[in-house]
Every structure is written in C-alpha cells, then in structure tokens.
Design a protein around this ligand. Structure first.
Ligand SMILES: Nc1ncnc2c1ncn2[C@@H]1O[C@H](COP(=O)(O)OP(=O)(O)O)[C@@H](O)[C@H]1O
Ligand SMILES: [Mg+2]
Length: 406
C-alpha cells in the first residue's frame, strides 16, 4: 500500500471526466456543422425557388400581354404556370386585390368572406417573407403600360421541411444519446454493484473460517492453567470481536440488510467509545443531543461503519489536534439529523461535489471509497440522505446524515 496505490484510481477518475468533455465538444461540433450544411442547401433552394417564381411571373406577363401570333409561347407559358405545384403564390392586382392563388390551401367549402380573409392573412405573411415580383401589363398593340401586378410567394413545403430538418434530427439524436447515456450509466452502475457485492461477500466468507478457529483457540488458552496473563486473553477477545464486526459489515453490504429500530444515540456512543482511545489525545470527540433516546430504523453494524468512516475522515482532516462534534437532533418532520463536524482543513468548494465519487481522494494512502460506501449505506440501504452541509477552510467541515425517525 504505497502511495502508488492511490494514483491509478484518481487517474481513472480524471480521465472519465475528460472523456465526457471530448464527447460533449464533438457533439457540439457535429451539430454546428450539420446545421451549417443544411443552411447552405436552404440558401441554394431559396435562390432556385425565387427563380421559379420569376419564371412564373414572366409566364403571366406573356399570357396577359401575348397576342395570338405567339401561340407557341402562350402554350409554354401555360405549361410553366401549371408546373408550379409546390411554391405557394398569390397574384395581386394594382389595387392590392387578390386575383388568384396557387398552392395556398383554400378549402372550397368555405364562404367567400372566409376565403378572402384567409388569403389576405397568407398575403401578409408572404409580404413579410420575400419581396414580391412585379408583372408589367402592356397593351399588345401599342406596347403601352397599363398596369402592374405583383406575385407574392413564400417557401415551399419542401424548403420549410429542410429548414426544420436539422433541428428535428438533432433533437432525435440528443434524445437517443441521452437514453444511451442513461443505459450505459445504469449498466456500469449495475456492474460496479456486482463487483462491490461479490468482493464484500467473498471477503466476509474468507474471514469466517479463521475467526471461528481463533475463537476456539482463545477458549483453549483461557482454560490453560499455565497462562498467567489473563488480561492478554481479554485483549485477544476484543480483537476477535472487532474482526467479527468487520466481517459482519462486509457480509451485510453484500446482501440486503434488514433494518431494526435502534437507538441512534447509543450506536454513536459505541463508535465514539471505540475510537477515542485510538486517536490522538489532542483530538476531542464530543456527542451532543437533547435526548438520550432517538431511534431510527437502521442496520447497526453498517450504520456504525458510516459514523466510523466520517469520524476517521474528520481526524485525517485535522492533523494533530482539534474537535469532532457529533450532534444528534430530532427534526419536526419525523426526521433524525446527525451532523458530524470537525475543525479540520475543509474541502475546497470545487471538490465538494466529487467527495462521494469512488476513487476520489486527496490522501497519499487513501482509496477514496469511505464516502462512497457511506453514501451507499445511507442512501441505498437506509433510504436516507448524506451530504456536505458546510465546509470552510478555517471553520472545518460538517457532514449531515438524515434518516427517518422510528
Ligand atoms: N471531514 C473532511 N474534511 C476535509 N476533507 C474531507 C473530509 N471528509 C472527506 N474529505 C475529502 O474527501 C475525500 C474522500 O474521502 P473518502 O471517500 O473517505 O476517501 P479517503 O478517506 O480514502 O480519501 C478525502 O480524500 C478528502 O479529500
Ligand atoms: Mg476516508
């Protein structure tokens, strides 16, 4: 367990966030280029549609001005007029009166008034979209101009679709990407779960046999009249007891633990009593509560593990001396609050959101699993909450656990 051990996990953690950035930047680039490319197509199609409308206007001009000597031209002009099946067009006279329309969906069953209103509405829309194209009317004989008409138009359905297409396409891809991301995360979490559970169970299982055997040996030693230091046997028993607790923790995290109504205050006192002689005497550990009897449904070995982990982190954050204060409160909405405060070096603001991630550690010999485990125990097994309530360089850190009162 040299300092090397902690580096790969931290490295993996950072790579993972880098990868997210790469994917994000790539998707933004793809989206922008896709929109840009369709934009070019849309512009080309717009030019083409305007040319088509100009041709249409010319055809009207020919038909209106044409004399019979241009019979063929007339025929072609008619052809052009009928060819336009896609661009909505409204032909307007000198006075602004609608003369005819094409590809504007007017329902034949509507009243004249309604048709007129509808066409005028469409006309307004077209006037806002594009400059109209003028049709000059001349007397076929004298060539004298006697009127001007205007052809208003707007984008064809095809063009409209093309304009909207990249957005629809990108939203579909975004939704699909989001679902895949969730699925990927879910399967990753499920896989991690199996590793956790498997490893924990295996550890508990392997510890079982030597512990039973140790217990038997302690019995033998206790009964041996040659052993004078009976105190030694007691110490051995304490250590075996601790080993059993560790085994139970591992075995409980590997299965769905059964919760029982427990007095949280006494569980926390147990942990503090256990830790006090094991930390520097310059570190104070204090438990504050207004009531000695606050209960919640918990799995005692796992809950104690959480308190132990948080307290150990607090000790690490304080170095040589300081105070760990554990406050237990009964909230009014049937909640139990447990605040664990230290007077340590605090967590930088930018790191707070990462402390519960597996592998996040700032310690030379850390594994970055303590808080991950604590979160899992509190949130998955106890349906509670655990979070950094406050953290400050000078005042230290407070972690809060929220559980349902029993
Ligand atoms: N009470 C605290 N004060 C300051 N930093 C903390 C505290 N608790 C946790 N941390 C930060 O969160 C990190 C992750 O903690 P943890 O998951 O227990 O892993 P480890 O203790 O192995 O580093 C620590 O390395 C530390 O940087
Ligand atoms: Mg820790």
């Amino acid at each position: 367990m040299s300092k090397k051990a902690s580096i790969p996990s931290l490295g993996f953690y950072q790579n993972n966030t880098n990868l997210k950035w790469v994917v994000l930047v790539a998707s933004v680039l793809i989206s922008i280029s896709s929109i840009y490319y369709t934009d070019i197509l849309v512009d080309q199609l717009k030019v083409r549609e305007r040319q088509q409308v100009q041709l249409y206007a010319k055809a009207i001009e020919y038909t209106a001005n044409g004399d019979d000597t241009f019979g063929d031209v007339n025929f072609i002009a008619q052809e052009i007029l009928f060819q336009n099946n896609s661009i909505p067009i409204i032909q307007v006279g000198d006075s602004g009166k609608v003369l005819s329309s094409r590809n504007v969906e007017v329902n034949e069953s509507w009243s004249e008034k309604r048709k007129e209103n509808y066409l005028n509405g469409e006309l307004k829309l077209m006037a806002q979209t594009y400059e109209p194209i003028a049709v000059t009317l001349r007397d076929p004989q004298t060539g004298e101009v006697f009127g001007t008409q205007f052809i208003y138009y707007k984008n064809s359905f095809l063009l409209k679709q093309l304009i909207g297409y990249p957005y629809i396409q990108l939203s579909v891809i975004a939704v699909f990407g989001f679902i895949s991301y969730l699925a990927f995360n879910y399967s990753k979490a499920a896989e991690q779960n199996r590793v956790w559970v498997g490893l924990a169970k295996e550890t508990a299982h392997q510890l079982g046999t030597p512990i039973s055997s140790l217990m038997a040996w302690v019995e033998v030693i206790r009964d041996d009249p040659d052993i004078k230091q009976k105190g030694m046997v007691e110490e051995l028993e304490k250590d075996i007891q601790k080993l059993r607790i560790v085994t139970e923790r591992f075995s409980s995290i590997g299965s769905i633990p059964i919760l029982k109504k427990e007095n949280v205050v006494s569980l926390i006192n147990n942990v503090v009593t256990y830790l006090r002689p094991r930390v520097s005497s310059k570190i104070n550990m204090e438990v504050f509560t207004l009531s000695e009897n606050i209960s919640a449904n918990v799995h005692a070995p796992l809950f104690e593990w959480v308190i132990e982990n948080l307290s150990k982190n607090a000790v690490d954050a304080m170095g040589n001396s300081g105070t760990i204060a554990i406050k237990i409160l009964r909230g009014n909405e049937g909640k139990v609050f447990i605040d664990i405060s230290d007077t340590g070096k605090g967590i930088p603001r930018s790191k707070i959101e990462h402390v519960f991630h597996p592998g996040f550690t700032t310690k030379l010999r850390g594994w970055g699993l303590g808080l991950t485990l604590a979160k899992r125990i509190i949130e998955t097994y106890h349906d509670g909450k655990i979070f950094v309530k406050s953290s400050d360089e000078t005042l230290g850190t407070t972690f809060r656990i929220v559980l349902d009162a029993a």
